[in-house]
Ligand binder design. Structure first.
Ligand code: ACM
Length: 263
């Protein structure tokens, strides 16, 4: 089965345009699972809570329904970042939705930099969606969560075969760590990163692309360049991630010694 990561430049604050773009890119991705960047529906660099509140979507938003309808019609699962509104809170969220699957939501737990000014910390833990039609277990985390090995570990311990990581990465060091998250958990990791820049006041953030799909041994299965939009596709074999042994004696999970770890 193929997995795709979409690298794009969302239009800041233009939900309708981004939704249309996501729907058309979904059709072009040659995979049943298609992962889009963090906050792909809205853009990223918000520091004004009021402005973000006006753009944030409730779970029953028609734009999410439109993406779900397109994905369902194409027999695909889409994973899309959006600002989620619930009462007075706004979460940096992703939703997994589409063909023959229940929606699964993740709200970013580790808030990066000025996200703290506008978003509320996620309160649903790290979820794993069990997609029966594909016999695939997809764990969700977002961008800066990579800095915390506990995030990927929590997903792997719950049975994730693939970790989807919608991202808006602004440093380059993640490229050393993401493949390690794959190999230390023996799971696939797919990073959908955005490109382009966004300015707020006198500060500009540059997003560095290089979206990638890593194999369960940390190898690079597919990768995009730093500064162009595109879609990377790689085949995955979920059942290969389900035994955590890597030689006849050792097993990544059976060999863990939680009593010796400080939590
Ligand atoms: C990030 O978490 N968007 C760097």
């Amino acid at each position: 089965m193929n997995v795709a990561v979409v690298q794009m430049e969302p239009a800041f604050g233009d939900l309708e345009a981004n939704c249309a773009r996501i729907c058309s890119l979904l059709a072009r991705a040659d995979a049943p699972v298609v992962i889009f960047p963090e906050l792909a529906l809205s853009g990223y660099f918000f520091t004004d809570r009021q402005q973000l509140h006006q753009l944030a979507l409730e779970r029953d938003a028609s734009l999410l329904q439109a993406i779900e309808d397109v994905a369902t019609k194409q027999g695909k699962i889409a994973i899309v970042g959006f600002p989620e509104k619930e009462g007075d809170n706004i979460y940096n969220a992703v939703v997994l939705l589409g063909y023959q699957t229940e929606r699964c939501y993740y709200r970013k737990v580790h808030l990066f930099y000025k996200e703290r000014f506008v978003f509320t910390e996620g309160n649903v833990g790290f979820p794993v969606a069990r997609v029966a039609s594909l016999d695939l277990h997809i764990g969700l985390m977002i961008c800066y969560d990579w800095r915390f090995p506990e995030a990927a570990r929590t997903l792997a311990l719950q049975g994730a075969d693939l970790i989807a990581c919608p991202s808006n990465l602004v440093t380059h060091i993640w490229r050393m760590a993401m493949p390690v998250r794959a190999l230390e958990n023996k799971v696939y990791v797919a990073v959908a990163n955005r490109i382009g820049t966004e300015s707020n006041g006198d500060e500009t953030l540059s997003f560095n692309g290089r979206s990638a799909i890593y194999g369960y041994n940390g190898s690079v299965l597919a990768e995009l360049p730093a500064d162009v939009e595109g879609i990377a596709v790689a085949p995955i074999e979920p059942d290969k991630t389900r035994s955590k042994s890597f030689n006849p004696i050792n097993d990544l999970f059976a060999d863990r010694r939680p009593w010796a770890y400080r939590l």
